[in-house]
Design a protein. Structure first.
Length: 606
């Protein structure tokens, strides 16, 4: 293995490890994964161009070598991790872990096979096109999906292929040609930037991964991919960082580090300095031990030794999967107080998703829509109340979060109360998603049809509305246009201001800290400055709404304490947030005074 590539691996795993240890400090460290993809692409292309895959035997031999390198350590890691999870983590975390650990036993590796016919320029053009169009696909697809979906990573594998073909082209050009005369050499193009400068520039780009400031993914990701490809292609041997024995050794154990580090961090890391030191030392000790005592040893085995080893590891994992599901040995022991808190937190989760109870109150709950029915989260007209005021709620999933609370505070002081909840619906603007435009059009039609006296617009704002403002901002114009339309049919419009971006799977994280990291509970609250910055642009847009009948109301202040937004009640130890970034029943409760004042204001004035 080339030492510069081993050093690149070392840098990549350091970036990833730093990000997982401190994601708020090393905010760009996740791009170490991208470096691994480019290196993998280069090594696969290199191996395949050196092989003649002429028959099934050659093809199977290639796969055998890949499996021999990966599978034994992979299956051993799964076995150890599953045991650690069930010994150290509470059982409400087991369901997903059990699913993923079972799925991981059925690993399927897809390799891109290159049939090298010696035309490196044609191959270079082909993989360059894959790289360009692959990145375009990566850029326009949802972030998390694109990060984990292998086919949208082909552009980075292709960047590794480009590095290989660049090396081969350079070698071809360096060969002496019999037909070349001394005078011809005078007219050859010489780049003003030498190879040494290129490599230093590329390493400087990689160093951006350790900056504490967020750099947009669509800028830094292609730069890191290109920089890695350049470093590999240039084959530099005279830079100290790419000849470092320490980095090269870390690169050599990078596969073990990659498998080991995250489980250790997830299980043992707390907020103390001692905890960080313990995790770092444990990660490296485990990695070094596994590398020397297991990985290096099984790589010496022939096929007759590898197959029994892999089968034994698979069988051991299969039995463990059976055991954790059926044996009482693994049952987690809670104190009575812990068990009570967990049960009460689960109860606060239930009301938002109790669709049957919610719809049982509706006189009208069917609505013809142009999109797939499951995108309609809820449509309902409640029985008539005892006053003349009609009320309507439009928006996305936040309708289901707040509708019961709003309806309760009206105390039947309405003639008609209905709500419309659609995935992707913002009520008064649309994202680029087709469904969002269909939802907006349906909302407009419903408002025009029913002409409610009071219209509540309750969206959960996402990144669609949070990009930087522009002069003559089109989104603000769209907001004002739809608000003007609604004003023709309503007397009052109440628009929910942006709430902080809560973390996904927060309730599970909250309960995990409650059971295993009680001293770190306060760290779960949101930093106000950071949370406000995330929603800055949508809040600025909401302030630019031109509307005589509108009121933008804020609920975030009810969670504010000094410089943070609270995410749980310290007295009852109930989480305010569920696992789907929504307020649960406990989280809606602090909003009561604001909702009560709004409904009283409406009843007093209409």
């Amino acid at each position: 293995m080339r030492q510069d590539i081993q050093c690149l691996r070392g840098l990549a795993i350091i970036f990833v490890l730093s990000f997982h240890l401190s994601p708020n400090l090393f905010v760009n460290g996740y791009l170490g994964v991208d470096i691994f993809f480019v290196i993998s692409g280069f090594l696969m292309a290199k191996n395949l161009t050196n092989l003649n895959l002429l028959d099934v035997h050659d093809f199977l031999k290639f796969y055998y070598k890949r499996f021999r390198r990966i599978l034994p350590l992979y299956y051993l890691s799964i076995f150890i991790i599953v045991i650690m999870v069930h010994l150290y983590l509470p059982d409400f975390l087991w369901t997903n872990n059990n699913r993923y650990s079972l799925a991981s036993l059925f690993l399927i590796t897809n390799q891109l096979v290159i049939h090298d016919q010696g035309d490196y320029f044609t191959e270079l053009i082909a993989v360059t096109l894959i790289t360009i169009f692959g990145f375009i696909g990566f850029a326009i697809i949802l972030d998390k999906f694109a990060f984990n979906f292998l086919f949208l990573r082909l552009w980075q594998f292709s960047a590794g292929f480009i590095a290989l073909f660049y090396i081969k082209i350079r070698k071809t050009r360096l060969l002496p040609k019999k037909s070349e005369t001394p005078d011809e050499g005078k007219y050859k193009f010489t780049s003003p930037i030498n190879q040494h400068d290129l490599v230093i520039s590329a390493l400087s780009i990689l160093a951006l991964c350790m900056l504490p400031n967020v750099i947009p993914k669509l800028i830094l990701r292609p730069l890191v991919t290109l920089a890695t490809s350049l470093i590999i292609g240039c084959q530099s041997q005279d830079l100290r960082i790419l000849n470092s024995k320490t980095l090269s050794y870390i690169g050599g154990i990078s596969y073990v580090l990659y498998l080991v580090h995250w489980p250790v961090i997830s299980i043992f890391l707390t907020a103390t300095v001692n905890s960080y030191l313990f995790c770092i030392v444990l990660i490296f000790i485990l990695s070094i031990v596994l590398h020397h005592l297991f990985e290096k040893q099984y790589l010496k085995l022939e096929m007759k030794g590898i197959f029994p080893l892999v089968l034994l590891l698979i069988a051991t994992n299969a039995y463990l999967q059976y055991s954790i599901r059926n044996d009482s040995f693994w049952k987690y022991q809670y104190t009575p107080e812990q068990k009570s808190i967990i049960e009460r937190n689960h109860e606060t989760y239930a009301p938002l998703y109790d669709i049957e109870t919610r719809q049982s109150k509706c006189m009208e709950k069917d609505l013809e829509v142009e999109f797939e029915k499951h995108y309609l989260l809820g449509y309902c007209r409640l029985p008539p109340g005892k006053r003349n005021t009609s009320v309507m709620l439009i928006g996305n999933s936040y309708i289901l979060t707040f509708v019961n609370q709003i309806e309760e505070h009206f105390k039947l002081n309405y003639s008609e109360f209905r709500y419309l909840s659609i995935i992707g619906s913002y009520g008064f603007f649309a994202s680029s998603w087709k469904l969002s435009h269909q939802a907006l059009e349906l909302s407009r039609k419903q408002v025009e049809l029913h002409k409610p006296d009071v219209l509540f617009v309750l969206p959960r704002y996402m990144q669609d509305a949070n990009y930087p403002l522009e002069e003559n901002d089109e989104l603000v114009e769209e907001m004002n246009s739809n608000i003007e339309f609604y004003e023709r049919f309503t007397k009052r419009i109440y628009i929910l201001d942006a709430l902080p971006n809560w973390s996904e799977n927060f309730q599970t994280l909250f309960l995990q800290n409650l059971i295993t990291r009680l001293d770190d509970m306060e760290l779960l609250h949101l930093n106000k400055k950071k949370a406000d910055l995330e929603m800055k642009n949508i809040r600025r847009r909401l302030k630019m709404i031109k509307c005589n009948k509108c009121k933008v109301f804020d609920l975030s202040h009810v969670f504010l304490e000094d410089d943070k937004y609270l995410t749980f009640d310290r007295d009852t130890m109930l989480s305010y947030i569920d696992n789907t970034v929504h307020l649960n029943a406990a989280g809606v409760r602090p909003c009561d005074p604001v909702i009560k004042n709004l409904t009283r204001e409406i009843m007093d004035s209409l």
